[in-house]
Design a protein around this ligand. Structure first.
Ligand SMILES: [Zn+2]
Ligand SMILES: [Zn+2]
Length: 232
C-alpha cells in the first residue's frame, strides 16, 4: 500500500526555522494522540483493549492529569485495573501452571513497560521521518530548507540518518548526511562554547569574564539533548 505523504505538515514545521523541526512534528503528534485518547476514543472497545494491554508511561499519565475530562481518564483506569486483576493477577489457584505464570509475567511486562501514546507517536513519527527523507531526495528546494534549519536534535538526527540508508540513493547519501550534520554541528559547537565558559567560571583565572547567556548553559544543553524547548 502506498504511504501517505505528509508534505504540508512537514513543510509547516520546516518553515518555522527555530529549533529541531522533527521535535515540532513530534510535539504535535503527542498533543493529537493525547487529545485522541482523552476524547471519544477512550470509550471505543478496540481502543480500550489497546490501553488495557499497553498502559501509559509516567510522562503521559502526568500529561493526562493536566487535561480536562477526568471522568474519561477514571473510566480508563477502572478498566485497566479490572483487566490487570482478572487476567494479570488472578487469585492464586491450584490450577495455575508454570505456563500460565509465564503468560501473566509477559502481560505485566507489556502493561508496565509500554505506553499507548508513545507507541502511537512513534509509529506516526516513523512515517513522517520516511516522508522527510523522500522530500529531501525528490525536491532540491526542500534540501535548501533543510540547510536553513537551526538544528536537528541527536534523537531525530539518528532517526533521519537511519531512514536515509534506505530512502536516499547511494550517490546522494553523503550529501544527505552533510546537510543534516552541518546544521547540527553549529548548534553543538555553540553549546560546547557556553558549557566551557560555564566550567571556566569556576576558575579564578577567568573571574573577570562575564558569563552572559552561558549562566544557563547546563540547563540549555540538557534541554537540547532531550529535545525539550530551551531555557532562555
Ligand atoms: Zn528533535
Ligand atoms: Zn508515553
Amino acid at each position: 500500500m502506498k504511504e501517505t505523504i505528509y508534505t504540508i505538515p512537514i513543510n509547516d514545521a520546516y518553515d518555522i526555522k527555530c529549533g529541531c523541526p522533527i521535535c515540532t512534528i513530534e510535539k504535535k503528534l503527542e498533543t493529537e494522540s493525547l487529545e485522541y485518547v482523552m476524547g471519544a476514543a477512550m470509550m471505543e472497545p478496540d481502543v480500550r483493549l489497546e490501553t488495557n494491554r499497553l498502559g501509559f508511561c509516567e510522562k503521559h499519565f502526568d500529561k493526562m492529569l493536566t487535561m480536562k475530562n477526568r471522568l474519561s481518564l477514571a473510566l480508563m483506569l477502572q478498566s485497566y485495573l479490572t483487566d490487570l486483576i482478572e487476567e494479570g493477577l488472578p487469585e492464586k489457584s491450584l490450577l495455575m501452571t508454570k505456563k500460565k505464570y509465564e503468560n501473566i509475567s509477559k502481560k505485566l511486562s507489556e502493561a508496565t513497560q509500554n505506553c499507548f501514546v508513545c507507541d502511537r507517536v512513534n509509529e506516526k513519527l516513523g512515517q513522517y521521518i520516511r516522508n522527510v527523507v523522500y522530500l529531501w531526495q525528490s525536491d532540491s528546494q526542500f534540501q535548501a530548507k533543510t540547510r536553513e534549519q537551526e538544528y536537528f536534535c541527536p534523537k531525530h538526527l539518528a532517526l533521519l540518518l537511519e531512514a536515509a540508508k534506505k530512502g536516499v540513493s547511494k550517490s546522494n547519501y553523503s550529501k544527505f548526511c552533510e546537510d543534516h550534520f552541518n546544521t547540527s554541528r553549529k548548534k553543538l559547537l555553540s553549546l560546547l562554547e557556553d558549557v566551557t565558559k560555564f566550567c571556566n567560571s569556576y576558575n579564578y583565572m577567568f573571574r573577570d569574564v562575564p558569563l552572559g547567556d552561558a549562566n544557563v548553559a547546563v540547563e540549555r544543553t540538557i534541554d537540547f539533548l532531550n529535545g525539550r524547548e530551551e531555557k532562555k
